[in-house]
Ligand binder design. Structure first.
Ligand SMILES: [Zn+2]
Length: 431
């Protein structure tokens, strides 16, 4: 795999959906004979590659916006460029990745240890920074992170169309999510990119989950970033959430600090920080809805400016959690025969099962909802799901030292798990 970044200078034309005056970075990659156009995401999802170039567009720095002369393209350390590229090319790479500028020995070692891939050339000094930024999507989990870290700047990834790939996903409202991020009143950088259109299968999306951080990586020197906080919660970090199902995952390759991705980001001086890694989606929902950012919370990718669509699978799942947190009946027009509710008619295990248990135990009248069958199978009670109201302490120990105390203080306010509750986490998926 050969990777080339081209600094496109300052683009005063803009692109559809992108900002005027952006600094543009263009990524092109060429496959070696041992590489492939099919691959596997670290979470196990099979992927197919559509094309070999994309762009990442960085907003002009706040200080340069009022300046009459266009500012020069800010410096970006080669390790940051390399890691941003690696989030895009890792699934297709066989034995070797050659970057267009030398990387640090530590980064090359992390790529080799994690993937068995030779990375080079080697020859850069390691980089570092001091501030913690938040990779902010606007969903409940990242809003919770923003509430816990009220002074941290936000970096929001906004999808734009690819010049050579037809966009058949026009219902994906990245414009709405970016506007909501702008209404937070927080220090905010909106990065735009078409990198999701590199995938032809299963759909446009991140080749690796970490590609959402491409913009934060390229801004890290300019913003003096020494860490990147992400909204992955207890289920994603420790319970094998998302496409992993029902398994305790202390060595999670995506989100453990000692996992392959954790090591790569740390080597570039931008360790991934999971401030809500110890609490469930019910708790992040509660924190987000009780925060001053409540009106900006939006987990649905389809809704208009007026609100979430209310009919997608994500809306149904999050409505179960919100109804449980608010102790009220489910508010949905979806039924057990709705296509998005089909999986809840099957027996477990389910992705995000701990939250299905939590919701089924707490939502009044669950037997009249699309979750009735799941509730019968799971037989969860408030008592059996109370551990999901508290924080798993090892998640705090994973927070890098500069930010650990702030997160620990917040989590002590939520309440730490008892030894019995900790055992519930660590025996998850063991029947
Ligand atoms: Zn929706």
């Amino acid at each position: 795999m050969r990777v080339t970044w081209t600094a496109g200078g300052r683009d005063d034309e803009g692109a559809p959906g992108a900002g005027k005056g952006d600094h543009v970075w263009r990524l092109t990659f060429m496959l070696d004979p041992e590489d492939a156009t099919t691959g596997t995401c670290t979470d196990g999802q099979r992927l197919e590659l559509r094309t070999n170039s994309c762009q990442v567009r960085l907003p002009p720095a706040a200080s340069s916006q009022s300046c009459a002369r266009p500012s020069a393209q800010p410096y970006v350390h080669p390790d940051l460029l390399a890691v941003a590229a690696w989030t895009v090319v890792a699934p297709w790479t066989g034995r070797r990745v050659t970057f267009d500028r030398p990387i640090s020995p530590a980064l090359a070692e992390a790529v080799h240890d994690g993937w068995g891939v030779e990375a080079g050339p080697v020859g850069a000094e390691p980089r570092s920074g001091t501030r913690l930024a938040i990779s902010y999507s606007g969903g409940a989990d990242s809003v919770a992170v923003a509430a816990i870290l009220p002074d941290a700047p936000l970096v929001h990834f906004k999808r734009i169309s690819h010049p050579r790939v037809p966009n058949r996903w026009t219902h994906y409202r990245s414009d709405v999510l970016a506007r909501l991020a702008g209404q937070t009143g927080r220090e905010l950088s909106i990065v735009t990119s078409d990198l999701e259109f590199l995938l032809s299968y299963p759909r446009p999306g991140y080749p690796e989950h970490h590609a959402v951080a491409a913009g934060a990586l390229l801004l890290a020197d300019e913003l003096d970033l020494g860490g990147l906080a992400m909204g992955y919660e207890l289920g994603s970090r420790w319970l094998g959430g998302d496409r992993y199902v029902h398994r305790y995952t202390p060595d999670n390759p995506m989100w453990a600090p000692h996992g392959r991705w954790g090591r790569v980001f740390a080597a570039a001086g931008l360790p991934v920080v999971l401030p809500v890694g110890g609490i469930s989606e019910a708790m992040t929902m509660r924190v987000a809805l009780e925060s001053e950012l409540r009106d900006q919370v939006r987990w649905c990718l389809r809704g208009s400016g007026d609100g979430p669509c209310g009919t997608c699978g994500k809306c149904l799942y999050k409505e179960l959690i919100q109804a449980a947190v608010e102790r009220r009946p489910l508010a949905t027009s979806l039924t057990a025969s709705s296509a998005v509710a089909r999986k809840w008619q099957e027996p477990p295990p389910y992705g995000g099962q701990e939250m299905i248990e939590y919701g089924c135990a707490r939502v009044p009248g669950i037997e009249d909802t699309p979750f009735a069958r799941a509730a019968e199978h799971l037989r969860a009670t408030e008592e059996s799901t109370r551990w999901l109201d508290h924080c798993y302490p090892p998640a705090i120990e994973e927070i890098p030292e500069p930010w650990r105390k702030q997160v620990a203080t917040y989590m002590e306010g939520i309440g730490l798990m008892t030894p019995d509750e900790i055992a519930r986490v660590e025996n998850w998926g063991v029947s």
